[in-house]
Design a protein around this ligand. Sequence first.
Ligand SMILES: Nc1ncnc2c1ncn2[C@@H]1O[C@H](COP(=O)(O)OP(=O)(O)OP(=O)(O)O)[C@@H](O)[C@H]1O
Length: 322
Amino acid sequence: MIIAEHLQKTYSVKVGKGLKTEKQQIRAVKDISLQIEKGNIVGLLGINGAGKTTTIKMLTTLLAPTAGIYTMDSIDAIKYPKEVKKRINMIAGGERMIYWRLTAFENLWYFGQLYNIPNNILKKRIEELFDLVGLKGKENVPVETFSKGMKQRLQIARGLVNDPEYLFLDEPTIGLDAVVSKELRQHVKYLAKQQNKGILLTSHYMGEIEELCDYIYLLNDGILIEKGTVKELANKTFHRKNYLLNIYNTTNDILDTLVTILKSIDPSVIIRQENDGVHINSKDSMSLELSRICTVKGWYIKELYEQEPCLEDTILQISKEV
Ligand SMILES: Nc1ncnc2c1ncn2[C@@H]1O[C@H](COP(=O)(O)OP(=O)(O)OP(=O)(O)O)[C@@H](O)[C@H]1O
């Protein structure tokens, strides 16, 4: 089991110019404690800048924490990072971490060599991995000719080349179409539930988190603000309603008026103006109110419909409640 207790990370950055430079301390992670059990998928969520990447870098031993305790199956991971590196791997979304000029086999062979895996074991493992990710027959094809989905399947194989006990998945489905994303989620489930790997997942897709995660940690401004199973968190926040309202010829005045009226009905309402319209996250159902407001004010509605809960709004709401 992975146990991290009170992890902290402070970056030291230079600010200013010439003789006036001085060092500034940025506390990216202030206090984070979490656990990852084998066979479980744990979600790490938070808005941009919450500290997810810094936390993952500490857990994968790429960064040493400023303070805190981190053990992996009772091994002191801060003292013995090499021991930890053997047992983990990371799969990131967005076609990184593979060499396009090399063939699929050469990629896996290269990464396998980095882990000093004996040639005969590596060869057999690579064969199994091509089978697992459905790339059999493509071993000797250069990766640059692969589709996005095939590259991502190869990323999974690369992430499994050292047969890790714990896997860190950083936005693994980013940029993938629905079919490939679904396939990848099935792989992730299989790895946790059939192969007993402990998995940490970051994702901005709510559906993915809901489908996969046994447990979720929510980060905000370098600290944990909430934790629990999907159901526990859903009871707290996911019951909120989300709407998309698109009004013809929206002006700032219209938006200001809308915000004032909605806040008077529900002070916890969150309103975001985006390219596709106004996103409204409210405690209770608001569809009637929204159409009534528009009618009374003489605003013409282009679109108004209820949406699936959005992770950003959920996290914003929890952050406001802290
Ligand atoms: N190398 C660095 N030097 C200085 N500050 C940093 C460094 N890396 C991150 N930070 C700061 O630490 C904070 C947390 O950043 P981090 O990248 O961990 O967040 P995140 O949750 O992964 O965000 P995102 O979703 O945007 O990737 C931010 O304020 C960021 O600006």
